[in-house]
Design a protein around this ligand. Structure first.
Ligand code: ADP
Length: 806
């Protein structure tokens, strides 16, 4: 822009001189003005400068016209100037700014720059700058004013921390001080949450005061705040619009923010947080220094506060633990003076807690321990050697009421400022000791009991190893506990029983089920006695086996009694048989008479044939043969009777029940027929073979037949029918003997089988009892049913094997 053009511009001013007319005058005024005047185009290049301006910036006019205002502006002010220029150019009007111009020799001048935008005739805008030198005094004043504010800022921050209050409140007042004393538009403070590497907004003043916005939590390393924290370096800019770290430039522009300063809060290199501010003015050196200084104060303050908080918290925690503990907690100093006691101390020792503080610890000890305590604490302090363990020592204590109490103690030691302090945790174990004593007592009496009891008692560990035998058992076995221990007891068994006893023992341990087995034990005298051994598990509350307890019971006498009983039973069976055979005498006599009569008859015939002539020898032989066969018949009958009467030991053989029945029928036939009884049989063929004692089973059948005949003889009039059947039954055979006699009362159905139950004057009442025990010993069943048309049927079953081949 030439001078004439400049003059043209002036024409737009209301009081402007007319162009051309007063150009010279105007030019002179401008050039001689004590105000520096310059005109720059929209790129900031000088179009016009007056003499004063040229003098101010220390460059000739010609040079300046080749430069722009940025070339002479101090670097500190540059970005702010550029921003303002940018804004004004975009139609946001005029502005005034204090700034420095730099001279070629490096010195600078402090000026007030008033910038106005004007348009020429063609409508092209330029900026007219009117620059007045700010006097040194004014500058000094301004600096002084700022210094005062900065001092106030520092003071306020220190006071905030010294006055106390919550950390948040303190930081909030710091942020407010930054806003008011550093002319910040927005000041914020974050503290570090170390565990999560997160900065948490604690204070916000100026544009925003809420703490829960977008920057409430900033991860370390992210955004401009997080980066300051991560790098531990301040970030300063006087040109927010150009700063790549400033995210929301549009917002900054809208709010007119030109500068940003963020400082890490560090204490000895340790990151505590970040303090940051935005301002609408450029940051001067003194502002930066002030901010740096308060950043350090805040950092230390926060750290102290946090440490205090942590200490208070840990103190509170200790106090809560100490007060809620059921053990007494007592702290003493080197002189044994009590410094702290918790509430439980009162309960254990009976003294009110406050009354103990300041007293000597020895007041809580019985007399005889006091000097020991003093001596040993002295020795410990001098030599570092302790006469007792520091963990779980049992010592007596003294209750306020004068009695001793049993205590269990543990100590800890800490040193502060060269002095030692001791803290003891004291538990009253009087009750526990009493309970233990009681337990020991009851154990003692139980042991006495197990030793005194006339029983053979043992116990074993859960895995089945014997660990205790009472005296009786050891004497019985003639062994020591050592010999019986573990599985030594096996030597106490009969060798034939070892296999199954070990098996039962293993099962007992495996299943946890109680066990009971019979076995032979070798007594001290070397004889084996039958015994019943029983074991029972003892379980804990959770059901796990803690121990096995058991007994052995000598069964020798019982076994012998059982033998006697068995013999008696045998006698009875025999007696019954003899009696039955007695009843059958007439039948037997008849059975034998028949062949004998035939023998006599055939003998006579034989003699006759022999007396005639030799030609009749053949007939005589035939008679002799008949004699022999009749003789055989008779001897068979006799041997059957003998067998029945014999006290033969039982012998098992494979039997055909139908065959057996036929033999019995042969023996009893005469008895049946002579009593007018009509006998029918239905004896199956190919029945399953029965394994058993021939004589005994015959005895059962004879008993049933004889009873049936008896019953029919007793019944007056009526038919006398005896039906004997033998047939297949699932898994064996069934034999039934049915009569038409007087029958029995169904209510007596079971009594019939009782020993000595009889309704007969001559009866013994043993027949059915014996029969049942014989059948049951063969694995079968014997029972009675009344018949519908009168009379009774007796059934018995026997388990059978394969069919008997016919
Ligand atoms: P005893 O024949 O010596 O009396 P048993 O034990 O053989 O002994 O029989 C017991 C009782 O059972 C008999 O006295 C009789 O009352 C009853 N009894 C046995 N068999 C029959 C039967 N077939 N009919 C009716 N009652 C019977």
């Amino acid at each position: 822009m030439s001078e004439s053009e400049f003059s043209a511009l002036q024409g737009q001013s209301p009081n402007a001189l007319r162009a051309g007319e007063n150009e010279g005058l105007l030019s002179a005024i401008v050039n001689q003005s004590t105000v520096g005047v310059s005109v720059v185009d929209l790129e900031g290049r000088f179009q016009f400068v007056n003499d004063c301006f040229s003098r101010l910036v220390g460059r000739p006019r010609e040079e300046l016209l080749r430069l722009g205002f940025a070339d002479v502006t101090h670097v500190d002010d540059l970005s702010q100037n550029m921003d303002m220029f940018e804004r004004a150019r975009n139609g946001e009007g005029n502005f005034e700014v204090e700034k420095h111009y730099v001279r070629p020799d490096g010195t600078y001048v402090w000026v007030l720059n008033n910038v106005t935008f004007l348009r020429d005739a063609a409508g092209v805008p330029s900026a007219v700058m009117a620059v007045t030198l700010i006097s040194d005094r004014k500058r000094a004043e301004a600096r002084q004013a700022r210094a005062t504010k900065h001092t106030a800022l520092r003071a306020e921050v220190s006071v905030a921390f010294n006055e106390g209050g919550s950390l948040r409140a303190i930081l909030q007042s710091c942020a407010e001080s930054v806003v008011s004393h550093l002319d910040a538009a927005l000041a914020r403070i974050w503290t570090l949450d170390t565990g999560r590497a997160m900065l948490e907004l604690q204070a916000s003043s100026g544009l925003y005061t809420h703490l829960d916005g977008g920057h409430a939590r900033v991860p370390v390393g992210k955004y401009k705040i997080g980066l300051i924290a991560a790098e531990r370096k301040p970030h300063l800019t006087n040109s927010v619009q150009k700063d790549e770290r400033v995210g929301d430039k549009e917002w900054a522009r809208r709010e007119g923010l030109v500068s940003f300063a963020g400082y890490p809060l560090l204490v000895e290199g340790q990151l505590i947080g970040v303090v940051a501010m935005f301002a609408r003015i450029a940051l001067g050196q003194d502002m930066i220094e002030a901010l740096e200084s308060i950043a350090s104060t805040i950092a230390q303050g926060v750290e102290r506060k946090q440490a205090e908080g942590a200490l208070r918290e840990s103190e509170e925690r200790f106090r809560t633990v100490a007060e809620s503990a059921s053990d007494a907690i007592i702290t003493i100093d080197e002189e044994s003076r009590i410094l702290f006691v918790n509430r439980a101390t009162e309960k254990i020792f009976g003294h009110a807690a406050p009354s103990l503080v300041g007293q000597s610890l020895t007041m809580l000890m019985p007399d005889y321990l006091r000097h020991v305590h003093h001596a040993s604490i002295k020795r410990y302090i001098e030599t570092g050697r302790s006469h007792i363990s520091w963990e779980s020592v049992e010592l007596p204590g003294l209750h306020k009421e004068g009695h001793e109490i049993s205590l269990e103690l543990s100590f800890g030691e800490f040193t502060r400022e060269g002095k030692r302090y001791f803290t003891g945790v004291v538990r009253d174990v009087t009750k526990r000791q009493q309970a233990e004593e009681k337990l020991r007592e009851s154990e003692r009496s139980l042991r006495l009991l197990t030793e005194a009891i006339p029983q053979l008692i043992w116990s074993a560990t859960p895995d089945g190893a014997i660990d205790y035998c009472n005296r009786h058992l050891l004497e019985y076995a003639g062994k020591t506990l050592e010999e019986m221990r573990g599985d030594g007891w096996v030597n106490f068994l009969h060798h034939e029983d070892v296999g199954y006893i070990m098996e039962s023992w293993r099962m007992m341990v495996k299943t946890g089920e109680p066990f009971e087995v019979g076995c032979r034990l070798r007594r001290a005298d070397g004889r084996f006695h039958w015994s019943i051994s029983r074991g029972q598990p003892l379980r804990d509350a959770g059901g796990a086996i803690i121990r096995w307890y058991g007994t052995c019971t000598d069964m020798d006498k019982w076994k012998r009694a059982e033998g006697v009983l068995r013999e008696t039973q045998g006698e009875l069976v025999h007696l019954n048989r003899v009696m039955t055979v007695g009843e059958l005498t007439s039948s037997i006599a008849h059975e034998i008479n028949q062949p004998l009569a035939a023998i006599v008859m055939n003998g006579n015939a034989c003699l006759r044939w022999l007396a005639l002539d030799t030609s009749e020898v053949t007939r005589a032989r035939a008679s002799a043969e008949l004699i022999i066969s009749d003789g055989d018949r008779a001897s068979q009958v006799i041997s059957r009777i003998r067998a029945l009467l014999k006290k033969a030991p039982s012998a098992n053989s494979t039997l055909d029940v139908s065959e057996l029945a036929r033999e019995v029928i042969a023996l009893t036939q005469h008895e049946v027929v002579s009593n007018g009884v009509n006998l029918r049989t239905n004896l199956g063929t190919a029945l399953p073979a029965v394994s058993g004692d021939r004589i005994q089973l015959q005895q059962v059948m004879i008993n049933l037949i004889v009873n049936a005949v008896d019953a029919m003889r007793g019944a007056e009039g009526g038919r006398r029918e005896l039906l004997i059947t033998a047939g297949k039954e699932s898994g064996g055979v069934r034999v039934s003997v049915s009569d038409t006699g007087g029958g029995f009362d169904p209510r007596d159905a079971e009594h019939l089988f009782d020993a000595f139950y009889t309704t007969k004057s001559e009866g013994l009442g043993m027949g059915l009892a014996i029969s049942r025990s014989i059948v049951e010993a063969h694995g079968g069943r014997l029972w009675a049913e009344p018949n519908e048309q009168g009379g009774a049927t007796f059934h018995f079953t026997l388990p059978g094997g394969e069919e008997v081949s016919p």
